[in-house]
Structure formats: structure tokens, C-alpha cells
Design a protein around this ligand. Structure first.
Ligand SMILES: [Zn+2]
Ligand SMILES: [Zn+2]
Length: 323
């Protein structure tokens, strides 16, 4: 457990979680992933390129990734790191749905299970099975447990009791919110392209570039950086705290995800709204929460509360990529 993770440089190996053993390919997700990745390749064609489109990836990551997944799905719904009005909580959840990362109910249930069994066999996505498994392999293999009501009842009972989350989860209705945001963005992009382009031909080209980068590339980008928290931030980086798993602070993932990569800090103190615990551990997601607190939209923002003795010591243990 903890001692072996800290002292050994040889990585432990885990077998697949029980629910995934003997499971088949989960075609719905694999189909989505293949389609989006193939479509995202269109971004490489000069016809679909525009710098405005590239900018939209980062703006979209902030809005739907950082505000939707980090603030909404993760820090608020999973861990209750702060409080806010129900309408704002639902708004954050809708932003999260626009990142195409499953319903809030299932996301939260899986993530809470990850915290309960981090880097042990029942962990749904430990990279100790293998790096690809921790990154995205766990999503494309059938896991019988994910299909049961037991899991969501056990790990996300609070959300299931909320009519909004229950209804969006049932029959995958959350996908309607995702489709709605695609429709709204498409109209917005078409309008902007039509307004700023001198000819119809250029308007079509510019509008398509905004769609390919602002929707497709952004979705794929937010997928991978979110998945990197589960894979890279349990694999490479330094540790501020002695914890019972292999979580790490990975500055690359932290930079890309606006703060989620300070994952060892997060495992040590799961309810803290701030994942950056040292002055250089920049956490834009936390700054956003503090900004919302300053204008009175959120309150009871939980600060880090980690006992000092849990610090890993002056020479924070580094984990190497060695298998
Ligand atoms: Zn983790
Ligand atoms: Zn968490």
C-alpha cells in the first residue's frame, strides 16, 4: 500500500477491475472516439485552419473543461468543495455535459470510486494496469459495473436524489444538452463568419474552421487532458504528500487542465477547492472559484487542510516512468 508506493521504484502491476474482466469492446464510446479523432484530423488541412479557431480551443477548454468538468463535475458535485445556488450548480453541470464526458451521475460515481480504491484493483482507471488503460482504455472496454444501478446508488446517491441529475442520466438525456450547445455554437459561428467575411466562400471556410476547432478539436483536447489526470498524474511527477496511492503533481497536466494536474495535493486533501498548495502550483480553476466567491455567487469555499506531517519531505519523492 502506501509504504510500497513510496519506497519502491518498481511500479506495482494491477489486473483489470473485476467488472471489466472478460468484457468486450464498448462500441458506443469507441465509435465516438474514432469519429471525433478522425474528424479532428480535418483541422490539419489548411482549408479548415484559422487562428481564431485555435483560440476557441483554449477558450472552450476554459468554459466547458475548467468551468464544466473541473468546477462542476469534479470540485463541486464530486467533492463539495464550495456551495452555490442550485441554478448555478446545474449550470456548471450543463457546461460539463458539453465536454461529452458522460452524465454527471456516472462521472461522479466513477470518480468517487477512484478515490475509494485509488491504484488498487477496483479502481476503474488506474494506470498501474497499463498507461493506456488509465488514459482511455478503461472507457472502451465494457465494465459491467458501470451498467448497474448499484454503482450510481452507492457512489452518487446525492445526485440521483436530485431530479435534474436523475433525468439527465436516464436514457442518456444529457446528450441533448451536448447537442444543444453544438447547435447554438454552430449558429453563432455561422453568424460571426458571415459578418466578418467579405465573400460567401470565405464565410463558409471561416465558419467551418470555427466549428472544426471550436467543437471537434476542443472536445478531443479536453478529453485527453482530463484523461491525463487519471493516467499521467498517477504516473509522472512529484509528491508533496504521502498518500495511499501513486498520485503525483504533474506540472504539464496542471498547466493544460488549469489546475487539475496537482493531483497528489488533491488526493491528500480531496475536499479542498484549491488543488495548488504551494505558491508556484498555479490553479486557474481555483482562481475562478475565488472570483465567483468575491462577487457572492459561491460561498463556503474550502481551503487546503492537510496535516503538515503528511508532507512527503524536503526531497519530495519523484516517480519515474520505469515500469
Ligand atoms: Zn487520482
Ligand atoms: Zn477528485
Amino acid at each position: 500500500m502506501a509504504s510500497s508506493a513510496e519506497s519502491m521504484h518498481v511500479r506495482r502491476r494491477l489486473s483489470l477491475p473485476e467488472g471489466a474482466q472478460g468484457g468486450r469492446i464498448f462500441w458506443p464510446y469507441l465509435t465516438y472516439f474514432l469519429a471525433f479523432h478522425l474528424f479532428a484530423l480535418a483541422a490539419l488541412l489548411p482549408y479548415f485552419f484559422s487562428w481564431t479557431g485555435v483560440l476557441l480551443v483554449f477558450l472552450g477548454n476554459y468554459l466547458f473543461g475548467s468551468c464544466g468538468v473541473n468546477i462542476g463535475y469534479h470540485r463541486l458535485l464530486t467533492h463539495g468543495s464550495f456551495k452555490c445556488a442550485k441554478w448555478l450548480e446545474h449550470f456548471f453541470a450543463i457546461l460539463g455535459m458539453c465536454s461529452l464526458q458522460d452524465s454527471p451521475v456516472r462521472w461522479v460515481a466513477i470518480h468517487r470510486k477512484h478515490h475509494q480504491f485509488s491504484d488498487e484493483q477496483p479502481d476503474p482507471h488506474s494506470p498501474l494496469v497499463n498507461f493506456f488503460w488509465g488514459h482511455m482504455g478503461w472507457l472502451i472496454k465494457e465494465n459491467r459495473e458501470f451498467a448497474t444501478l448499484d454503482m450510481v446508488e452507492k457512489y452518487a446517491r446525492d445526485l440521483v436524489q436530485d431530479r435534474f441529475y436523475r433525468r439527465t442520466h436516464a436514457g442518456n438525456r444529457w446528450l441533448l444538452y451536448w447537442a444543444g450547445h453544438v447547435a447554438i455554437l454552430s449558429v453563432l459561428f455561422a453568424l460571426v463568419a458571415w459578418l466578418v467575411s467579405p465573400t460567401t466562400k470565405e464565410a463558409i471556410q471561416f465558419g467551418l474552421s470555427l466549428f472544426v476547432w471550436g467543437v471537434i478539436v476542443r472536445t478531443v483536447y479536453v478529453w485527453h487532458i482530463t484523461w491525463a489526470v487519471n493516467s499521467a498524474s498517477h504516473f509522472w511527477g512529484y509528491r508533496n504528500y504521502v498518500t495511499n496511492e501513486d498520485s503525483t503533481n504533474n506540472w504539464v497536466v496542471a498547466f493544460l487542465t488549469n489546475g487539475e494536474g496537482w493531483h497528489n495535493n488533491h488526493h491528500a486533501d480531496q475536499r479542498s477547492a484549491s488543488h495548488g498548495h504551494r505558491w508556484w502550483e498555479i490553479d486557474l480553476t481555483h482562481w475562478t472559484i475565488k472570483g465567483l466567491e468575491a462577487v457572492g455567487l459561491v460561498w463556503d469555499v474550502l481551503p487546503p487542510r492537510v496535516p503538515k506531517q503528511r508532507l512527503a519531505g524536503p526531497a519530495s519523492s519523484e516517480t519515474s516512468g520505469a515500469a
